[in-house]
Design a protein around this ligand. Structure first.
Ligand code: T3D
Length: 263
């Protein structure tokens, strides 16, 4: 499949997948969601890819769902966020966990909304000093989705995850490292060399044992993921039908603070 929104590179048994919509901070439009799902399926199948790196082009890792697309689609249409999560986002998250290969997120900048969830679902996170993680959902009247309610309390703590989810405040790279959300923080100029060094090392390690380790840790700590993703989709369907969500998206488009009313 020829990709419009991804760049794929193979070197030393490492497959690098770069989200490539830099003008939109690599936000997920329909093409990016479909292409990422396809690229992860291909990486799973391809025995020559023994470790996978996901990163973003330009100054961001990923800004989550493309809200401009949602506004365009919303004109005259009944957009179901629950359906969107079940059809597009949740399969990507499940694929990341089920792939029996190490997946490293090289977080080169802001990771917001489902872009933050994408990073959280990877096995390891290496972040540049300027990177940040934003549960931005609440800023537009939504709930954390694509696994954020599942991974963030496990990686940080329930209290911190709740705080981040309900404030929408940015978690800076340094603090993320202190909390254990990020494995390592490095200067921006070193991000890809440090990531490739680790990915290369893992790609030369016993891939089958690493895959089985991942499967065992999934079972020890991550069973229930599929049910949680589905429950998030149900909650998002409700949140997506509130006036506050419509106001949040309008405010984002108009570059102003939202006026939420609780309805
Ligand atoms: O819908 C469903 O299917 C349900 C699933 C939902 C999953 C989700 O991800 S919901 C959450 C969606 N994402 C967000 O709400 C994040 C929106 N973006 C931001 O809050 C900010 O852009 C950032 C905090 C990420 C970065 O801020 P900043 O100040 O560094 O950049 P900026 O100026 O806001 O953005 C730069 C450009 O990227 C700008 O375009 P312009 O004005 O230069 O033409 C901005 O509109 C665009 N952009 C940023 N994020 C998105 C986006 N365009 C479309 N969709 C975005 N998510």
């Amino acid at each position: 499949m020829a990709y419009q929104t991804l760049v794929i590179e193979d070197a030393n048994s490492v497959r690098t997948v770069t989200l490539n919509r830099p003008d939109a901070l690599n936000a997920f439009n329909e093409a990016l969601k479909m292409e990422l799902a396809d690229a992860l399926a291909a990486a799973t199948r391809d025995a020559s890819a023994r470790a996978v790196v996901i990163t973003g082009a330009g100054r961001a890792f990923c800004a989550g769902q493309d809200l401009k697309d949602r506004v365009r689609e919303g004109e005259g249409a009944d957009v179901s966020l629950g359906k969107s999560l079940r059809a597009r986002y949740n399969p990507i998250i499940m694929r990341l966990r089920e792939m029996e290969k190490p997946v490293i997120a090289a977080v080169n900048g802001v990771a917001a909304g489902a872009g933050c969830s994408l990073a959280l679902a990877c096995d390891l996170r290496i972040a540049s000093e300027g990177a940040s993680f934003i549960q931005s959902f609440v800023r537009i009247g939504l709930i954390p989705d694509s696994g954020a309610t599942f991974f963030l309390p496990r990686l940080a703590s329930l209290g911190k995850a709740f705080e981040l989810a309900v404030t929408g405040d940015a978690l800076r790279a340094g603090e993320a490292e202190r909390l254990g959300v990020v494995n390592r923080v490095v200067p921006a100029a070193d991000l890809m060399s440090v990531t490739m060094e680790l990915a290369g090392r893992l790609a030369q390690a016993p891939t089958r044992a690493i895959g089985l380790t991942k499967r065992a840790m999934n079972r020890a700590l991550l069973s229930g993921l599929e049910e949680s993703l589905d429950y998030e989709a149900l909650m998002q369907e409700l949140a997506g039908r509130t006036h506050d969500h419509a106001e949040g998206v309008r405010a984002f488009m108009e570059k102003r603070a939202p006026r939420f009313t609780g309805a």
